[in-house]
Design a protein around this ligand. Structure first.
Ligand code: SF4
Ligand code: SF4
Length: 337
């Protein structure tokens, strides 16, 4: 059954970048050290920064990210501390190299999902984007996690460079034993904004509306038919769909090791974070910040999309946008029957 997932209003989702260091240098990496810092947060800081989001008995989920979070030597105690604080779920997003024998140090009861990033059904395509040997290491990591009883998900970031292989993913996902599949749209942030995807013959690495709609929903349905839950961004709103900005109606926090806390991932390349962690307390920043954009109503839908990646909006001859672009956090979910 397909449904649009309304923004979660009853739980905070905490996307916690505990370091920006990574062993890979993916061509579309959105980490931007000039904006996000180069620190590896000490365990005590991670513990202190987890606290404000779970205060007053509020429900919260945490996703540990990097850089590569398994490069952090204290990821396991950080996970256990999140559990102790009462986080409802703990996810680790990884490139699959699983450093510091992380699978030996935590249990399936402590980690709800290990979420692996893979950007091709074959080593050729994935490794062109993510680096030599990466496909093999990542698929091996998934198999190992599945063998040890961990729930796993796979994130595939669709761009012009790997769209042709999305159709081969259902068979691979089934073979690997993955439970959830997340399809992402490539954002023009970090290295992809700086030309990291330049061999796409001058074209935007993002698919057009027609290309996206022809490709992604049918593949998502095929994956769901295999018993795997699929989530993908809505991207384009239909006429009857209301537009909502998650920055106004949801409780998402994107934390970086330099203390910046954003409410909108599209803002992460700019110093417009609306919150900051200072002396281990969450405090609002002054104007001008991302909050000042969230309430702006424009015919194109998402304001930040219009500002930073306007090329994904088509216009009719009279100048009206062909479609409104949804909040990047609005998702379609297909549950297996
Ligand atoms: S996209 Fe992820 S795995 Fe790739 S370089 Fe960036 S942080 Fe590392
Ligand atoms: S992506 Fe657009 S709509 Fe979503 S939170 Fe950011 S500014 Fe708001």
């Amino acid at each position: 059954m397909k449904k649009t997932v309304a923004f979660s209003k009853n739980a905070a989702n905490v996307f916690f970048h505990i370091l920006t260091k990574c062993n890979l240098a993916c061509r579309h990496c959105y980490i931007n050290p000039a904006q996000h810092g180069r620190q590896t947060l000490p365990l005590e800081t991670i513990k202190a920064w987890l606290q404000p989001f779970i205060a007053d008995g509020q429900k919260a989920n945490v996703i540990f990210l990097g850089g590569e979070p398994t490069l952090h030597p204290d990821l396991a105690p950080a996970i256990r501390h999140a559990r102790k604080l009462g986080y409802a779920s703990v996810t680790v997003d990884t490139n699959g190299y699983l450093f510091h024998d992380i699978l030996e140090k935590v249990t399936p009861e402590e980690v709800d999902f290990f979420s692996f990033s893979l950007d091709g059904a074959t080593a050729g395509t994935n490794d062109r984007l993510r680096g030599d040997g990466c496909w093999q290491r990542c698929t091996r990591g998934i198999r190992k996690a599945v063998d040890r009883g961990f729930a796993t998900s796979l994130i595939y970031t669709v761009s012009r460079a790997n769209a042709s292989e999305l159709e081969s993913m259902p068979a691979l996902l089934e073979q690997l034993g993955v439970q959830r599949f997340f399809i992402q749209v490539i954002g023009l942030r970090g290295r992809s904004a700086g030309g990291g995807m330049e061999d796409t013959a001058g074209e935007s690495p993002q698919l057009t509306q027609d290309e996206w709609l022809d490709l992604v929903p049918p593949v998502a349905h095929r994956v769901a038919d295999l018993g795997i839950t699929v989530t993908y961004p809505k991207v384009f709103l239909e006429k009857q769909d209301p537009f909502e900005c998650a920055g106004l109606v949801a409780d998402n926090y994107f934390i970086f090791p330099n203390g910046r806390v954003y409410r909108c991932p599209l803002c992460e390349d700019f110093p417009v974070h609306s919150l900051t962690l200072a002396d281990d307390r969450l405090v609002p920043t002054g104007p001008l910040n991302e909050q000042d954009f969230f309430g702006l109503q424009i015919p194109e839908g998402c304001v930040m999309n219009r500002m930073i990646q306007p090329e994904n909006i088509g216009y009719a001859p009279d100048g009206t946008p062909a479609a409104r672009v949804a909040c990047c956090l609005l998702k379609e979910e297909i549950q297996p029957h």
